[in-house]
Design a protein around this ligand. Structure first.
Ligand code: UD1
Length: 430
């Protein structure tokens, strides 16, 4: 298995291109199931989760072709991909595929809306918590579906004339359930209103794509979404928005290592809360026309405390990275995780580097230390693994991050992007 070796102590200078957002790319690819015409997605990141979803979608009958590079594009540019689901050949999403990526459960919405049936494996447990699917099931039932759980599969059937619009009120904000019900409702008869919808920018991005495909959706990006169902959707061309989690991750890496880096193509509007947190932590942040400039020169890191919240609050997907940064802060900070119940696996690994962190339920108290010391550490999930790389950038000596396949799920060419800015980091293939 590949590992990543980081030698700490180098400041970062230069520029890092920000890729298309993984969390928009996945539901956008799933939206291709809603039409027999071609959906062209630009700026799709090259990630293991994207590859895996191609495989899952092709099992349902979606053909994809990756367009060649155009003039001016380099190896860091996102890819343009045509997705065509002319005929759905299979409405079953098997356990072997769904268990490898939770978001693949979301195909249940489009399959049910277009084909009137879907048999999708329940995703099962996951390192960061139980992550149930009850909101998906309640929401689809509200649209008239009958759903039974049979041998680990959600077996769903739409009424004879198709799904019927309704009011769907989520008990708690869920990104995946919002995407799924929005897609299903786009082809339902009549109006659907989703209340307590996720406000994440990726939901708004998917809605923009669905509208370009002919859907009638208003309010995406707010907590109430109105969808007037249409009988069919057509093809469209859509550019995936920049990845705010990748942006925030590199911003924290610069705050940790020190230096001066432009995050090319990043959009500051997508991550106001994390940028404000970084400013309080002592980073200088300038919003440019074409990206965000992040600097930390000479000053120490200040302790800041946060609680993770649904958008526009501080994202859970940046919690581990901020914790890595806080291990070197002057003073004590607290980080409270409210979205996932078990998202602190990085604490033990950061401790191996010399961090001083105490866990009490959902709150971590971090007493900043003046030095971290490199050590072998283990990646446990996607965001936790990158927090170990960030810590390694500031640790004395060598840090080896094992099980980096977690990183490849969500970070495109991480070691290349950091090397371009002067970090001493390399991938060692087993
Ligand atoms: C998405 C993101 C993930 C991010 C998370 C929270 C993608 C591909 N993934 O995941 O990176 O960390 O949002 O911002 O976009 N819940 C239930 N029942 C359900 C559904 C969810 O109880 O039916 C709970 C979950 O256990 C969790 C909370 O709701 O506690 C939020 O989860 P959700 O927003 O659904 O996360 P994902 O969509 O899986």
């Amino acid at each position: 298995m590949d590992k990543i070796r980081v030698v700490g102590g180098k400041a970062l200078t230069g520029s890092i291109p920000i890729s298309g957002a993984k969390n928009a790319a996945l539901p956008l690819m799933i939206a291709s199931l809603l039409t027999d015409e071609t959906l062209t997605l630009e700026n799709l990141p090259r990630l293991r989760d994207v590859q895996l979803l191609f495989q899952i979608l092709s099992n349902h009958g979606v053909d994809h072709s990756i367009q060649g590079k155009r003039n001016g594009q380099d190896e860091m540019s996102g890819q343009t991909v045509d997705l065509s689901a002319r005929a759905i050949v299979d409405t079953t999403a098997p356990y072997e595929l769904v268990s490898r990526m939770r978001a693949s459960f979301w195909v249940i919405g489009p399959l049910l809306a277009r084909m009137g049936e879907a048999r999708v494996s329940l995703p099962g447990g996951c390192a960061i918590g139980t992550r149930p699917v009850d909101f998906f099931i309640q929401g689809l039932k509200a649209l008239g579906a009958e759903i039974d759980i049979e041998r680990g599969y959600a077996v769903a059937r739409a009424p004879a004339g198709g799904l019927i619009g309704n009011r769907v009120v989520f008990p708690k904000v869920s990104v995946g359930a919002t995407h799924t019900i929005m897609m299903a409702a786009a082809l339902a008869r009549g109006e659907t209103v989703i209340e307590n919808a996720a406000r994440e920018p990726e939901v708004a991005d998917v809605a923009r794509c669905l509208v370009a495909m002919g859907a009638r959706i208003e309010g995406a990006g707010t907590s109430t979404i109105h969808i007037e169902g249409v009988p069919r959707l057509g093809g469209a061309r859509h550019r995936v928005l920049p990845d705010r989690i990748e942006t925030g991750t590199y911003a924290m890496a610069v705050a940790m290592a020190g230096g001066d880096v432009v995050l090319e193509g990043a959009s500051a509007d997508l991550l106001e809360a994390p940028l404000e947190t970084l400013r309080q932590a002592g980073a200088e942040i300038d919003v440019l026309n074409h990206g965000i400039r992040v600097r930390r020169n000479g000053h120490g890191i200040h302790a800041v405390s946060i609680t993770t919240e649904p958008y526009p609050g501080f994202p859970t997907d940046l919690q581990a990275q901020l914790m890595a940064l806080m291990t070197r802060a002057k003073g004590t900070s607290t980080i409270t995780e409210t979205i996932f119940e078990n998202r602190f696996m990085h604490v033990q690994e950061l401790a191996r580097l010399g961090a001083d962190i105490h866990l009490d339920g959902q709150t971590a108290t971090i007493n900043g230390v003046s030095t971290l010391k490199g050590a072998p550490v283990m990646a446990t999930d996607l965001r936790a693994s990158v927090s170990l790389v960030i810590a390694g950038l500031a640790a004395e000596g060598e840090t080896e991050v094992h099980r980096v396949y977690h990183l490849d799920r969500g970070f495109e060419r991480l070691e290349d992007k950091l090397t371009r800015c002067g970090a001493e980091i390399e991938r060692i293939s087993a």
